[in-house]
Design a protein around this ligand. Structure first.
Ligand SMILES: [Zn+2]
Length: 236
C-alpha cells in the first residue's frame, strides 16, 4: 500500500479516538450529574415521606388526647343532668352533650383516615428505604468510576495527540492537505475502501481505469465526488 495512505489510515483511527475522547469530555460530566440528581431526588422523596409519617403519627396522638378530653367533658355534662333545676338548663346541657358527641365522631373519623394514611406511608417508606440504599450505593460506585474516567481523559488525549503529531510529520504535505480538507468538509472517514466498484462512503461509481489504479495501490486515488481517498481491501 502507498505509504501515505497507510499513514493516513492510521491517522484516521487516531482521530476517531481523539473524537471519542472529546465526546466523553462532554458526556461523562452529564452522566455524573444525572446520577447525582437521581440520588438527591430519591433521598428527598424518602425524607419527605418520613416527615409526613411522623407528622401523621403526631396528629393521631393529639386527636386521641382531644377525643379523651371531649369524652370526659361529655361525662361531666351527663353528671350535671342529674342536678339541673330548669328546662333552660336542661336544653343547654343537651346541646352541649350533642355537640361533644358530634366532635368525638368527627375526630374519630379523622383518626381512622390518618391511620390508613400511616399504614400506606409505612409500606411506601420501607420500600423507598431499600430502593434508596441500593441507588445510593450503586451510584456512589459509578460516580467514582466516572470521576476516574474524567481524570484520565486528558492524559489519554495528550498521548493520542503526541502520537498524531508524530504521524503527521511522516505524511507528505499534499496527502495531508487532502486528508484535512475532506475531514473538515465531510467528516467521518477519509480513507475508505472501494465497495462494488463504488466509493465506500458516497457510493459514487468509479471509472474502471481508476479501479485498476486503486487495486495496484501505488498511487493515491480520490473519489471525484466526495474527495475521499480510495483503497482496495480485496473485495470482488
Ligand atoms: Zn466518494
Amino acid at each position: 500500500m502507498h505509504e501515505d495512505i497507510r499513514l493516513l489510515k492510521e491517522l484516521q483511527d487516531i482521530d476517531y479516538w481523539i473524537g471519542e475522547l472529546e465526546r466523553s469530555k462532554a458526556f461523562l460530566p452529564d452522566m455524573m450529574k444525572n446520577l447525582q440528581e437521581q440520588m438527591a431526588s430519591m433521598a428527598a422523596d424518602l425524607s419527605q415521606k418520613k416527615a409526613r409519617l411522623q407528622q401523621a403519627q403526631i396528629e393521631v396522638k393529639d386527636l386521641e388526647i382531644k377525643i379523651a378530653e371531649t369524652k370526659e367533658l361529655k361525662e361531666k355534662y351527663q353528671e350535671q343532668m342529674l342536678t339541673i333545676k330548669t328546662n333552660k338548663e336542661y336544653d343547654a346541657l343537651v346541646a352541649q352533650i350533642e355537640g361533644a358527641k358530634t366532635e368525638v365522631a368527627k375526630d374519630e373519623e379523622r383518626c381512622l383516615e390518618l391511620m390508613t394514611e400511616i399504614e400506606q406511608l409505612k409500606v411506601s417508606v420501607a420500600g423507598l428505604d431499600e430502593e434508596n440504599a441500593t441507588i445510593q450505593e450503586d451510584n456512589a460506585g459509578r460516580l467514582i468510576d466516572l470521576q476516574f474516567q474524567i481524570d484520565s481523559v486528558q492524559g489519554k488525549m495528550d498521548e493520542k495527540e503526541a502520537y498524531r503529531d508524530n504521524l503527521v510529520r511522516k505524511v507528505s504535505k499534499t496527502a495531508m492537505a487532502t486528508y484535512e480538507r475532506v475531514r473538515k468538509g465531510r467528516g467521518g472517514d477519509v480513507v475508505v475502501a472501494l465497495r462494488r466498484g463504488a466509493c465506500g462512503e458516497c457510493f459514487k461509481s468509479q471509472p474502471p481505469q481508476k479501479i485498476q489504479q486503486i487495486k495496484k495501490g501505488t498511487t493515491m486515488e480520490t473519489c471525484a465526488s466526495c474527495g475521499r481517498i480510495l483503497i482496495w481491501e480485496g473485495e470482488e
